[in-house]
Structure formats: C-alpha cells, structure tokens
Ligand binder design. Sequence first.
Ligand code: CP
Ligand code: NVA
Length: 339
Amino acid sequence: TPQTATIGHLLRDTDLSRPAYEQLLADATLLKHQRASGTIVPRLLGLNIAVIFEKPSTRTRSAFEVALHDEGAGCTYMDSASSHLGSSESFEDTAKVLSRFYDGIAYRGFGQNSVNELANHASIPVWNALTNEWHPTQALADMLTMMETTTKPLQDVIVCFLGDGHDNVANSLMTSAAILGMDVRIAAPAPLQPDPAVVAAAQDIAAQSGARVTVTTDVDEAIARADFLYTDVWVSMGESEESWDHRVPLLTPYRVDAAMMSRTGNPKTQFLHCLPSIHDSTTALGKKIFNRYGLNGAEVSNEVFHSTASRVYDQAENRMHTIKAVMLSSLASMTQGDR
Ligand code: CP
Ligand code: NVA
C-alpha cells in the first residue's frame, strides 16, 4: 500500500505542499509498478465517484475511470448534455446532492470559480479535471514523466513551455515546477504572456523552494540547455475558433520543430505535450490549419512529435497512475481499514 499523503480537494496546484506533491509522485510510481506486475489490491471497494465533464476528454476521463475500476470503486460519468449541471441546476445544489450519493467528484469545466463553488458546497473531495485556468492532474503526470526520463533530481531539471502563455497547462506546469524547486521557463509572445498574478504567485513559491521561474518572449533565452520542451494547442477548448487567425502568426516562432529542438544546445532535450495535439493534417482540425495557413501541424511538427525524443504517450499513461494516487490520498481516511 502506498504511503499516501493525505490531501483534501485538488482544485489547483497550490493545494499541494511540496512534501504532499513528492509523496503523490512516490505513490504513483509504486501504483504503476503494482499495475505492471499485476499485484493491485483494490483499496476503494464500496466507494462511488462522480465524473462530471462539461468539455470533451479522452485521457482524463479514461484515467479517472480506469483508476477507479482498478481500485474496485463505482463510477458515474455525466456531461452537461445529460445532467442538469450548467443550465438548470446550480453548482451549490449539484454539490449538495452528489455528496449524498458519492464519495468524490472529478469535475472538468470552464471558469475556475465553477470547481471552487462545487468544492465549497460538497462534503466530499473534489478534483479539478481541467478548467480554463488550471490543469493540476496534468502537471502531476508531467512531473512523473520528467522524473522517469532524466537521471537528474527534479530540482536540476530545466523545463520550457512554448506557446500560449495563459494556457491552463502552462499555469499548472509553472506552478508545480515552482513547488518542486525546478527551473521553469515560459516563452510566449507579448499578447499571450501568462497572467501576472499567476507568475507572481509562482515566483513567491520559488523564493521558498529554490525554483527559478522565467517568463519571456525570447525563445533562445527560454530554451537554452532545456531538458524538456513542452507545448500545448494554440487555441484551447472553449476559446473562439477565430483566435486562430491572430494566434498563428504570433505563435509560429514558438512552434516546436526539429530546428527548435537542436537550438536548445542540449543534445538530450526531450519533448512533452499534454495532448490532444495538432502535429499533422490527418484530423479535421489539422486539415483546416493546413488549408488555411499552409502549416502541416501547428504547435509541433510531425517529426518531433514522433521522434525518439518524444515522451507524449508516457505522459498520457502517467495521467492514470497520478490520478489514482490523488484519489487514494484524498480518500485515505475512508480506506484506513484496508491499509
Ligand atoms: N491532456 C488531457 O487532459 O487530455 P483530455 O482532454 O483528453 O482529457
Ligand atoms: N489547453 C488545452 C488542454 C487540453 C488538455 C485545453 O484547455 O483545451
């Protein structure tokens, strides 16, 4: 049984102290080994979890559902089309009602205030499965992936995010890296720089943890000696399709292609992406980008995406192990008997 750090809700990365964060990563590593060796002992038997998503998902939903299945828990998936949430029922009433049925809620939505509101009124743990502002369970998987793919301790790792700086994944990466004492850089064009309040908070955390947090428009400064280059879609779920027109010219200099990978000056630079990504023109969106802007792939080239330096599928798998660790940790008080 993992030595679970006890956490409550996970609404944003700063809900985790450094020891709790490190414990979750250690737990996830153990859980991953147990799954690989077929020695899982279900720890959440008899519990039920609601998974409520107001935006589409492939990885996060699967991660929650498979993790719960492994642990013997029941799980109900709901979206806004098939539930009252979002249109005809408040977050308060939803939280109070679901607390009578379930033992935890995973929620993906729009503004961060929605998940905060759910948590304020729920008497059970609430886990943020992505909002416009934060994606804390993604950052946990990113950290586990970096831990697994370098021989260095995380404090010595340099990770650089390139692209849309006010992206949820960028916010969580910057904040989580600050908690863990890493060297994190965000390279984004001036109109797409991260929210100054998020940067200031990350810098405050860094002052305690020894992390270095750099936010710049300058690609060469940001990528120098980087161990990892990370990017995400240039237009996120819930943002207007029209954003593409002004973002493509702004973000093209931040696209991760083979030339960008060699510009780091570190021959061992690896590539990270939370997925889904636009790296070719085989999807409907990829085709649209190609026809409209002549770009084959947007934020990353097909070549880098499929190169041996790419860790993207490891990251995706690690969503499951880390989310399992989070749920076990939040529900630890209810599973004491099994431990
Ligand atoms: N990375 C991630 O959150 O993917 P999904 O949108 O598929 O859940
Ligand atoms: N920034 C992306 C992440 C998807 C996992 C989005 O919010 O659409």
